[in-house]
Design a protein around this ligand. Sequence first.
Ligand code: FMN
Length: 389
Amino acid sequence: MPHITEIEDLKRIYKRRVPKMFYDYCESGAWTEQTFRENSSDFDLLRLRQRVAVDMEGRSTATKMIGEDVSMPVALAPVGMTGMQHADGEILAAKAAEKKGVPFTLSTMSICSLEDVARETSKPFWFQLYVMRDQDFVANMIARAKDVGCSALVLTLDLQILGQRHKDIKNGLSAPPKLTPKSIANLATKWSWGLDMLKTPRRQFGNIVGHAKGVTDVANLSAWTAEQFDPRLDWDKVAKLKEQWGGKLILKGILDVEDAKMALKIGADAIIVSNHGGRQLDGALSSIRILPEIIDAVGDQVEVHMDGGIRSGQDVLKAIALGAKGTYIGRAFIYGLGAMGQKGVETALDVIHKEMDFTMALCGHKNIEDVDRDILLIDDDFYRWRRNT
Ligand SMILES: Cc1cc2nc3c(=O)[nH]c(=O)nc-3n(C[C@H](O)[C@H](O)[C@H](O)COP(=O)(O)O)c2cc1C
């Protein structure tokens, strides 16, 4: 058993274990990948104020996200094709989340279906919806999410069209992987991944196959997206979907104060400040940089969450210090899943929890709910990018 002390350890094992096509799918951003890189590197512009001689016994990272109790303000982000990173990946990640007391969000583009995950877990999870052209299919997916007891709908707004990720095109990304001489040569070195995959029947987009009409090529993500995702999505449609769902609604992909205000008007329960992990608009600001501006504008009226670039508990704490009520991890849990299945996701959550808890203590706090901007030292450069108004 390798000694795992940080997320980077899981990433190294993940890279060895999972086919290159799926590693690349996870570890890439759109175009030049500037936003993908800065999502992580911009956390370095925030430093921490050490405080001493403060009683640090009896600490707690427990809080609430959209009214639900969480052991720490960290949820698992919706990640498409998680079941290709490890056989039955969505089920395993959901189980890990349940065990560790954090929310799990199932992607529309998952391999395991809503029903698969519900069958294998006992706590309600969240469902992330992409809006498709086929309104019957969307209505049906919302009904299915209600039927299995999902406690929140996470509506993703930043992917009406798919950002170009060079590696996916070059690799011919698909689920299941297409067998070409190149992919076969790579798969041959990933036998433990392959053996697990042979044992599960779940190797296609489980929420879609058998549920959507007239889908010509489900395996090819970019072709399917271009064909099916609704480019006409607008705020009126968002309002209608809110009504259709009728439960807690989280709007994902907000990166601008004006859009945050629109989300507020719609009556969202929470917004996620997110640039889709740098996978959509390359050149957009990192999530952590735009976060304080959005919190200052709407943070007292709607719960503001964030994701993008989180690779440690210190990153989470910095986002919380800026005013976020919750965060999400995407790649950080995928590294764990690809490396070691459910145990790996649990390890990723443990690593993040410990880093957050120790850092909070060394900054002089015992309770995550008391942490605020006071613990931060902020580089002047952090606020460098301003709108040209
Ligand atoms: C491989 C991969 C697939 C993703 N698929 C989805 C998806 O299906 N739906 C969605 O709303 N976001 C998706 N995202 C974005 C994540 O929900 C999240 O915003 C992002 O991963 C956060 O950045 P991080 O990976 O640096 O933590 C995906 C991200 C990755 C890395």
